[in-house]
Write a protein that binds this ligand. Structure first.
Ligand code: FES
Ligand code: FES
Length: 183
């Protein structure tokens, strides 16, 4: 638009249409009308008040926003909600009820508590969702594998040693890996 164009001519375009999408989030069905630019993270946090997924970098670099799509870990800050129409999304809230006693938490949540794997806890929901995805992938065989496959999840408190131990305890079957994890 040229600078000489009158001001009243600038806002004549219709706003982009919202898209109707269906999601299952933590087992509950949703039908939502979303603008095409809304990320899954913003949809969860700002529109649905599901605040387990955290906004750390908003650039796909820290993993704080990690959720599961059909059991596969994704960074929700780089995912447009409209791209996931029909998806089965799980956030940390979907792993166990908020009021669940410790014994009924997800095994990873229990392991994080046992190993003191969080300080401020900001990265923890993303770490735990990522670990669920890692287990579903079935590629981790050693503690080093766990460290490598969890490397997309940043912890600014530096709780990596405890996080790796907690994830390894659940993800790795067998005595040797368990010993490694506890070393
Ligand atoms: S907030 Fe999504 S990767 Fe950092
Ligand atoms: S526990 Fe604080 S960022 Fe990880």
């Amino acid at each position: 638009m040229s600078a000489s164009q009158p001001l009243h001519a600038r806002n004549t375009e219709a706003p982009p249409a919202r898209h109707r999408i269906r999601l299952r989030i933590n087992g509950a069905p949703y039908v939502l009308n979303v603008e095409p630019w809304v990320t899954l993270l913003d949809l969860l946090r700002d529109k649905l008040d599901i605040t387990g997924p955290k906004k750390g970098c908003d650039h796909g670099q820290c993993g704080a926003c990690t959720v599961l799509d059909g059991g596969e870990r994704i960074v929700s800050c780089l995912t447009l909600a409209v791209m996931r129409d029909g998806a089965e999304i799980t956030t940390v809230e979907g792993l166990a009820p908020a009021t669940a006693p410790v014994a009924e938490l997800h095994p990873l949540q229990q392991a994080f508590m046992r190993h003191d794997a969080f300080q401020c806890g900001y990265c923890t929901p993303g770490q735990i969702c990522s670990a669920v995805g890692l287990i579903n992938e079935g590629r981790a065989r050693t503690l080093d594998d766990v460290r490598e496959l969890m490397s997309g999840n940043v912890c600014r408190c530096g709780a990596y040693v405890q996080i790796a131990r907690a994830v390894a305890e659940v993800a790795l079957a067998g005595g040797q890996q368990q010993q490694e994890a506890g070393a």
